[in-house]
Design a protein around this ligand. Sequence first.
Ligand code: GLN
Length: 479
Amino acid sequence: MKIDLSKLSITTAHEHLTRGDFSARELAEGYLSVIEKKNPEINAYLEVFDDVLDQAHEADKRIADKKEVGLLTGIPLAVKDNILIKGYRCGAASKILEGYHAPYDSTVIQKLKAQGAVFLGRTNMDEFAMGSSTENSAYGPTKNPHDTSRVPGGSSGGSAAAVAMDGALAALGSDTGGSIRQPAAFCGLVGFKPTYGAVSRHGLMAMGSSLDQIGPLTKTVGDAEIIFNAIRGKDPNDSTSRDFPDSSKKPLRVGVLTHFLHESQARSIDKQVFDNLGEAAKIVGDFGETVDIKLSDNPPLGYSLATYYIIMPAEVSSNLARFDGMKFGALEEGGNLMEDYFKTRGRLFGKEVRRRIILGTYVLSSGYYDAYYNKANVVRSLIQKTFENIWEKVDVLMTPTTPTPAFKIGEKTNDPMQMYLADIFTVTANIAGVPAISIPSGFAEVDGKKLPLGIQFMAPHGREDILFEIGKKFEKISS
Ligand code: GLN
């Protein structure tokens, strides 16, 4: 059978594979030929693995023997360059990790291997996951397949572009402040950030350890659920991971966050994004009750971005101390040990990474710790309490995923503040640790091009079931 990659989901591909309509090898070959054609322009992949067909062959053997066949057996996936796969290069798109090979499998990869998934390659990203456009990669920007003059979002932009160009059926990304959901929105995909702790971070290169989560970028909500179920669960190698009990409360009330920004921030929200939120609220009204949640009644939510940009760099400055030229990857040699450090870290880290290390060191320094880091932690707990109050009124909270559709390559690179504002709707879920999903919600018309938009739903801790249920209903009506 001729494979139409643009129409496949994990669910349908699994049916075809188990029915014998095509083999895992043929499916993998389909993706490899798209990658060969499109990757030189899009730059979604930093590396395509040389053993893809061997992996597919193993999956075909399982399917033929009807042994250990799961929903992901033979499914071709792309993996962000900060998730370790044993024996392969892994570099967080940074020069400082040039030459580094992963010595072990991350827990998520172990779990996907157990199902017989096929890994196509590692995808481009903002260096160490710091950014919203994939322009901070040391290996050049990734382009948005919907309009190649625009960014795919970030930091998991390579993973998003890989799926959007039909160069993978689904992908793994990491989300510290929106890095799965924002690129998913820019590329017309579903992007899902699990509850903090629901998925093990073992083998994920740490950016902000109290915020980071691994999650899927997929074409459908059902596919995101399949990958989540495959990778979730308590892991002895990550003491912050845990199992969440299954719940059965049915979602009914959807809070729509209105008047959601302070005056000064509201100016950067695109009119088409506002209108799209209204349309999405109407769709949701078809199957649930919508309730207005006002920012003015929940003031701490307005400080999410400021809180994030203190806590995250503080954790970055500490997590990235390990890259000193000795332990991992590349070394720029100086005349003595101190010079080794200065040269390696000064030359091999990119500008944004250095900016955040300096910011983080500053907010943690003894003179400013109370003024910034401590205060941000106090606000963080206020934000968490605000969510507890909101969950008494509604079952999910809905916002746009991004304040604008995909922006032009180069448009925000000289203005970090503008770039940080791209995360205004997504960081809140990481600060509170709650699960959040971005779902395609239509298009904006810009310069004669149709650019995808996303709508975000957030739910209480451990209640991803609500997100999948609402998401499937929303996706059905909106598509
Ligand atoms: N864009 C955000 C940042 O630059 C989020 C990054 C992320 O989620 N990894 O911090």
